[in-house]
Design a protein around this ligand. Structure first.
Ligand code: ATP
Length: 311
């Protein structure tokens, strides 16, 4: 079976503005890939390139084995796409709009549209212009999922959905994967994709900075350590230890508390601490949201510095 999506050394510039820079990424059939990055990172640019709506400045793209620009019609027939700004004629009723789009895709049973609308609590008789942003987003989701496409490309799909509907959407993604469909979904929130994504790709400033499974990303996260001492300790004693960053030592009523982040083996830190009387020890993994923020806020952060480990 063909790889669902292959992006090879993709660069897109808009005049002098950066869109994407030498981005390479593969998405396997049946995989859910979460595509994460802050505003302006290049997520929509990547999606527009994958749909053949714009052309790369250099590099190559294959979607379902086809060139999305040269074979746009064939590719579009086989995918479900939700744009970041899903726009349709607001005078139509939601049901009419979905029936029309279903016919364009070779016919979708009314029952299937009804089932999806019920799950998402979407009123099919409402005129689109009268719907709230979140309800309009639901129309977009139904049209992307209704014909059970081989590949779903979803740009910020949960935008405007309340937490209950976000969960319904995530269930729909899981079911799509169970049916063997491939899902590429962009987001700027880690927690939104971490429960459904097989892999996560993180982009910043148009470049891919990490791709890994959610479990793999967790192993990259640093330990946050707190050690309580019975008497004052000197920060210099710990600052240069291997893997220790963001070190702080504060005096307390009963002695001192050291906090730091730790990358790799705790051995040196534990041995250094053991030269003193330790009254408390606490170590926790940095959560994924924090790791993600470190990736996209600072090139020189601990996690950012490990961004070269692109899987
Ligand atoms: N048509 C355009 N003309 C000029 N610059 C553009 C155009 N489209 C995108 N860009 C620039 O390309 C970069 C990436 O934009 P893109 O919309 O792909 O980001 P994004 O990750 O989707 O952001 P968001 O989360 O805000 O939607 C930005 O710097 C943006 O200003």
């Amino acid at each position: 079976m063909n790889t669902a999506i292959v992006l090879s050394e993709l660069t897109k510039t808009y005049g002098t503005r950066r869109g994407l820079t030498e981005l390479s990424l593969q998405v396997n059939p049946g995989e859910v890939l979460g595509y994460l990055g802050p505003n302006g990172a290049g997520k929509s640019t990547t999606i527009r390139l994958m749909l053949g709506l714009i052309r790369p400045t250099s590099g190559a793209i294959r979607v379902l084995g086809l060139d999305p620009h040269a074979d746009a019609e064939k590719v579009h027939r086989r995918i479900g796409y939700l744009a970041g700004d899903f726009l349709v004629d607001g005078r139509q009723r939601a049901g009419e709009c979905l029936a029309f789009l279903g016919n364009l895709r070779g016919g979708v049973p009314t029952q299937r549209i009804g089932e999806l609308a019920d799950r998402l609590e979407l009123d099919l008789s409402a005129r689109i212009k009268s719907l709230s942003k979140g309800n309009r987003q639901k129309v977009g989701l139904v049209q992307a999922f209704m014909h059970r496409p081989e590949l779903l490309i979803l740009d910020e799909p949960t935008s405007g959905l309340d937490p209950l509907m976000q969960q319904t959407f995530l269930d729909m993604v899981t079911e799509a994967r169970d049916h063997g469909q491939t899902v590429f979904m962009s987001s700027h929130i880690m927690s939104e994709v971490e429960s459904v994504a097989d892999r996560v790709a993180i982009i910043r400033d148009g470049r891919l900075v990490a791709t890994d499974t959610v479990a793999g990303l967790r192993t990259r996260s640093l330990l946050q350590v707190r050690i309580d001492f019975a008497a004052p300790v000197a920060a210099e004693e710990f600052a240069a230890l291997p893997g220790v960053t963001d070190l702080a030592v504060t005096g307390t009523e009963h002695g001192a508390t050291l906090t730091c982040r730790l990358d790799g083996s705790p051995d040196a830190l534990v041995k250094a601490a053991a030269r003193h009387t330790v009254t408390g020890l606490h170590a926790d993994n940095q959560d994924l949201e924090e790791l993600f923020h470190a990736y996209y806020t600072s090139e020189h952060s601990a996690a950012g510095a490990r961004a070269d480990r692109v899987a």
